[in-house]
Design a protein around this ligand. Structure first.
Ligand code: NAP
Length: 295
């Protein structure tokens, strides 16, 4: 929190814009990181209604505010306020970080970095295999784009409550990534069969997220195998019901914490040009998430 009587340079102010930010961990992650590397930056919360988004970006330009992370539901809306998009942001079709470079607002998508960080130790097991992605929202686009561009799976199968959203994503990425086959599974039989045949299962839906912690996106008839990788991008709780099920089956599990840290690290580096102190940030997030689980 910036004390009202202290004049703080606007060009070292950063933050997050979203609609409902009561539980966001981004201020803790970034302010811990700034402190750890002695960077004189601050990270605040800009909880705004849709009709205020344009005004906030006007202020970012006028006051030369350094940059903002962007979360639900503005990852696509903010694209119209940027002057330029990174390759990832334009491929994914969403922006989660805006950086002000001397008055030019550049839109990035660092969720892609979060996915890379989360899965890179399994790259050799994903290449040439089939991956099933549950969900077809904003995060699914970043996951699917990064899987296709960096991990070379032969097939990506998308499963979603609203199949039309999955079809739109499959069509978009079919045009962009010709080396991977994109299909939508929307019958119980095909979902069970495709999930069973996959090397990797990714949950990008909000199922399992606090407070509905017992939910899992997988149909009951799917049995996770010990040789599968299960990545759940939800990070509250740290071990979701899906990850617990995967751990009990002996599978390799990846929590959403790695993605949170990976996307935050890239955004921090874009804001400050400094290296992100991963260990300090991870420790702060783990402390907070653990205390939330026990309260
Ligand atoms: P989003 O754009 O709102 O998409 C939500 C997705 O979840 C859609 O596919 C939606 O299906 C599905 N869904 C929601 N409720 C459902 C339900 N009750 N049953 C079945 N499907 C349901 O959200 P998002 O930005 O993609 O984020 C999704 C989750 O990822 C959130 O929990 C978010 O916190 C997490 N996330 C984590 C990170 C990280 O760094 N670890 C980064 C980004 C997001 P429909 O298409 O049918 O609506």
């Amino acid at each position: 929190m910036i004390a009202p009587h202290v004049r703080f340079p606007y060009e070292r102010i950063t933050g997050i814009i979203g609609m409902s930010l009561g539980h966001t961990l981004s201020p803790l992650m970034h302010n811990t990181a700034f402190k750890e590397v002695n960077a004189d930056f601050k990270y605040g919360v800009f909880q705004v209604r849709p009709d205020m988004v344009g005004h906030l970006f006007e202020a970012v330009r006028k006051f030369n505010i350094r940059g903002l992370n962007v979360t639900i539901p503005y990852k696509q809306t903010v694209m119209e306020y940027t002057d330029e998009l990174s390759d990832e942001a334009s491929t994914i079709g969403a922006v989660n970080t805006v950086v002000n470079e001397n008055g030019r607002l550049i839109g990035y998508n660092t969720d892609a970095d979060g996915v890379e960080v989360s899965l890179r130790r399994f790259a050799h097991r994903i290449a040439g295999t089939s991956v099933v992605v549950y969900g077809a929202g904003g995060a699914a686009r970043a996951v699917i784009s990064t899987l296709a561009s960096s991990f070379a799976p032969s097939k990506i199968v998308i499963v979603n409550r609203t199949p039309g959203h999955a079809t739109t994503i499959a069509e978009t990425f079919r045009r962009k990534c010709s080396k991977t086959t994109f299909i939508v599974a929307n019958t119980d039989e095909s979902i069970v069969q495709e999930t069973g045949a996959a090397s990797t299962i990714v949950n990008t839906t909000s199922i399992g997220m606090h407070p509905d912690v017992n939910g899992t996106p997988l149909p009951d008839s799917v049995q996770i195998r010990a040789d599968q990788i299960v990545f759940d991008i939800v990070y509250t709780p740290l071990e979701t019901a899906l990850l617990r099920q995967a751990r009990n089956a002996g599978a390799l599990t990846v929590s959403g914490l790695d993605m949170l840290l990976g996307q935050g690290a890239k955004a921090f580096e874009l804001f400050t040009q400094l290296r992100f102190p991963m260990d300090a940030a991870r420790a702060a997030l783990l402390r907070e998430l653990t205390s939330r689980q026990t309260t």
